[in-house]
Design a protein around this ligand. Structure first.
Ligand code: MRU
Length: 345
């Protein structure tokens, strides 16, 4: 199942009829690629966090549909769609990608189904990369020279088709020589910041400082931060934004200390069907993840563990949402609709 010989360039590669998935659980220590040969292999890779990050799981799911078509034709796809959709609940990119694949299922004749689905999955992946390039430029334009920025979780190449969303903006702002300091939170319990963001930044020679989430307030109070720059798993019609657990706390701190909040996400993350963040399904993951991060095998008797994977930052706390279509400053229902209604309705 595992091939350890190749260099990481992008977290997902379609090669000779299988999906190669860079196993992000092993990073940064080991570069291991899983070989997904079926839609169910993709479901497991998404559910168990081998591939993670909203755009990346959408792309992986699209390739899962291709795998289902290759082995089971139209019926195989119909059976695989709900299993793929249920792999993780919060990132709407997963559903968005599956809806695109379903559209092809409805249009393509049986003889051309697998080829047509493969072309659509490739397009979804290529579009994501292009959108990230665009968002990096649009987002970096908001950053003034000498800026000090803080990011949360991993929103880089590993979470997308490449480059990244929030981390793409940070890469571009660094390239333009604008950044005085980059801070990344460790991001408990999966440590995406400590393991993945810090690794991506160091690979590119971008100086960065790792902090615990608990240190963010002190950092803002004593040294100052200009921008909190984060990604998103789902943005509702009014601009409310679900992202990695802890984002809301960081946004509250940012507002208390006069820092601005930037959310960077492609159109595939926007869910105009939901009016506000209260209706976003929040994934609860197993208690063992938190216990493991604390070095425990089980909770002491009488102690409950709650492990929500995401939280919602109200639009009112967000200064700008950057998408490939443009930036929405002081986001609210009207401005979000104006930018995205044509695409999603
Ligand atoms: O649980 P994860 O690692 O999939 O959570 C990822 C995040 O919360 C990211 O910030 C979000 O998906 C945007 S990735 C470009």
């Amino acid at each position: 199942m595992t091939d350890t010989s190749r260099e990481p360039l992008s977290p997902l590669r379609w090669e000779n009829g299988v999906l190669m998935v860079l196993d992000q659980r092993a990073l940064p220590g080991r570069t291991e690629w899983l070989v997904a040969r079926s839609a169910d292999d993709v479901v497991v890779a998404i559910r168990d966090m081998a591939v993670r990050g909203a755009p990346a799981i959408g792309i992986a799911a699209a390739w899962g549909v291709v795998l289902a078509a290759c082995s089971g034709g139209r019926e195989g796809v119909v059976a695989a769609l709900p299993r793929l959709a249920a792999a993780r609940p919060t990132a709407v990119n997963l559903h968005w990608a599956l809806e695109r694949m379903e559209g092809v299922l409805g249009r393509a004749p049986d003889a051309e189904l697998a080829t047509a689905l493969e072309a659509e999955a490739r397009l979804i992946q290529e579009e994501d990369l292009a959108q990230n390039r665009r968002m990096a430029e649009l987002g970096a334009a908001f950053i003034a020279p000498g800026a000090r920025v803080l990011t949360h979780c991993n929103t880089g190449a590993l979470a997308t088709a490449g480059i990244g969303t929030a981390l793409g903006v940070i890469r571009e702002a660094h390239r333009q020589g604008k950044l005085a300091a980059v801070y990344a939170t460790e991001t408990r319990p999966w440590m995406q910041g400590a393991r993945l963001t810090i690794w991506e930044l160091s690979q590119e020679g971008i100086p960065a400082t790792l902090i615990t989430e608990g240190a963010a307030g002190q950092l803002m109070q004593r040294e100052g931060i200009d921008w909190l720059i984060v990604g998103a798993d789902r943005i509702t019609a009014n601009g409310d934004t679900a992202n990695k657990i802890g984002t809301y706390s960081l946004a509250v701190l940012a507002k208390a200390h006069g820092a601005k909040v930037m959310v960077v996400a492609p159109g595939s993350t926007i869910d105009l069907r939901l009016p506000d963040g209260g209706s976003i399904p929040i994934e609860q993951r197993e208690a063992a993840e938190i216990l493991r991060a604390a070095g425990l095998t089980e909770a002491p008797p009488g102690i409950a563990v709650s492990n929500p994977a995401f939280d919602v930052t109200p639009a009112l706390m967000i200064d700008v949402i950057v998408t490939e279509r443009g930036a929405v400053e002081q986001p609210g229902a009207g401005r979000m609709q104006a930018l995205f209604s044509e695409q999603k309705q």
